[in-house]
Design a protein around this ligand. Structure first.
Ligand SMILES: [Zn+2]
Length: 139
């Protein structure tokens, strides 16, 4: 039994559909993708772009001045998250936290930017909450 394929619109952020009163003119579909710059035009003159919303605005102005009107204007997906919103992986606590300080037995805490008192080097370390004994983490 044939199945109807589901349109894959996960890459689409916003879609505009323009229609023309002359029924012999095809609808124009404009898509802005979630990368915020890819513009795909189906129908019309098919002027794909990578200029984002300014290109969409120019296309809407162009087609509306040619007699089209916006029949549908709706968001599909949120824009893709900016890469800088992802957590800094080097600040995550690695595996292997010692159960207790080997010097005094107090609990230890992770310090991603510890400055070693002897070498003055900076890097991740386990620090004792009691005696502040520090240990460099080695991969
Ligand atoms: Zn200690």
């Amino acid at each position: 039994m044939p199945t109807t394929p589901t349109p894959d619109d996960a890459h689409v952020q916003h879609q505009w559909i323009l229609t023309h009163p002359d029924t012999d003119r095809d609808d124009v579909h404009i898509e802005l993708w979630t990368d915020d710059y890819t513009v795909r035009v189906t129908g019309g003159d098919g002027e794909d772009s990578e200029e984002g919303r300014p290109a969409v605005e120019a296309l809407l102005t162009k087609y509306q001045s040619a007699g089209y009107r916006v029949a549908h204007d709706y968001p599909v997906n949120d824009p893709a998250p900016e890469p800088e919103n992802t957590p800094e992986p080097e600040l995550a606590e690695p595996d292997g936290r010692p159960d207790a300080c080997p010097e005094c037995g107090s609990p230890v805490e992770y310090e991603p930017t510890y400055t070693h008192p002897d070498t003055w080097g900076e890097g991740p370390a386990w620090l004792c909450t009691g005696c502040r004994w520090g240990r460099w983490i080695t991969a």
